[in-house]
Ligand binder design. Structure first.
Ligand code: SF4
Length: 319
């Protein structure tokens, strides 16, 4: 059972936004799991290194800096993941990451993920960022977070903002799915990050009954551009256990994305992509990486040659 968890900010927002309630409130449909759904839909555990890191792509290292999130998104692809139980990285684990980065020059970006990294306290951030910079002053740091949505006051911490600004090139990869999430507080948190020199890009998950309409996505992406946040990826739903009610059939998802292109600028248009189920990497959902659907589903080919299939699912009713 993946417990329900909302912040005070989200509790209030869920009262007025159906989309926010759908993303964060428990739903009985989560009890239904399908035989092709997976506990580790991205196959991250196959690439585990140095304790809490995942080295899947040669030039990037993903680090699960904590298993904790401020709130639990019901569709989370790590909802049953092993990292969910972990607290923040300790000294020994940070040392392992430093050693791994020092020993692998080909790594050009380190992706700090979780859980949500910004659930960590500011002292831990100082320790972690200092450690990464000591090991590799040249590396780009990316931080994946939903905190501007779930607990935007976290970014009222001047010391945290200054630390992020003072540690070289740092990208903040936000996770925002609907313009209802762009409250005055959330916008203020994004503005603080941007005004202090952080680069901002956003990842969105396509979710049935939340944002599976052209107008909803167009409003979100154009607003993000206005806020200085580049819409980076739009993800087709991963095959996480108990999340079928959130997934949009891929044929309909492709039709939505094709229509979306007529409504937003190139700057506002994210790359539509999916992770190959079970592992193999992110694949843009367009030819030549996406083939014609057959009996096994939609064939996917990663640019590095990994292949897999994504199922074509039925479009059930939205509650
Ligand atoms: S913030 Fe990210 S890791 Fe945490 S529950 Fe939401 S999607 Fe999952």
């Amino acid at each position: 059972m993946y417990p329900e968890k909302l912040t005070t900010h989200l509790e209030a927002l869920a009262l007025s936004s159906r989309a926010v309630a759908a993303m964060f409130r428990y739903d009985d449909r989560e009890k239904a799991t399908l035989d092709y759904e997976l506990a580790d839909p991205l196959g991250e555990s196959r690439h585990a290194v140095a304790g809490r890191a995942v080295h899947q792509y040669p030039d990037r290292l993903l680090v699960h800096v904590t298993g904790r999130c401020a709130a639990h998104c019901r569709y989370c692809f790590r909802r049953s993941g092993v990292h969910r139980a972990c607290g923040p990285l300790d000294e020994r684990e940070t040392g392992l990451i430093q050693d791994y980065l020092k020993g692998h020059d080909q790594i050009k970006e380190v992706l700090l993920s979780g859980g949500d990294p910004f659930t960590m306290g500011t002292d831990l951030w100082e320790y972690l960022l200092d450690g990464i910079r000591q090991a590799r002053p040249d590396i780009t740091v990316r931080i994946g977070t939903r905190m501007p949505v779930s607990d935007p006051v976290r970014f009222e911490d001047n010391r945290l903002i200054q630390l992020l600004a003072d540690h070289g090139v740092v990208w903040i990869m936000t996770h925002i799915n609907h313009s209802d999430e762009l409250t005055a507080e959330t916008k203020a948190s994004l503005e603080r990050l941007r005004k202090n020199g952080l680069s901002l890009a956003n990842q969105t998950v396509l979710l049935k009954g939340v944002n599976d309409e052209v107008e909803v996505l167009a409003r979100l992406f154009t607003t993000l551009v206005d806020l200085g946040v580049k819409p980076y990826y739009l993800f087709q739903g991963d095959l996480a256990l108990g999340t079928a009610h959130f997934r949009v059939p891929l044929s309909r998802a492709l039709a939505i994305v094709n229509e979306l292109r007529r409504h937003v600028s190139g700057l506002a248009m994210p790359v539509f992509a999916v992770d190959i189920p079970g592992g193999g990497g992110k694949v843009p959902l367009c030819p030549p990486w996406l083939g014609a659907p057959g009996k096994k589903g939609w064939p996917l080919t990663h640019p590095d040659g990994h292949t897999g299939f994504y199922p074509e699912e039925k479009d059930g009713p939205v509650k």
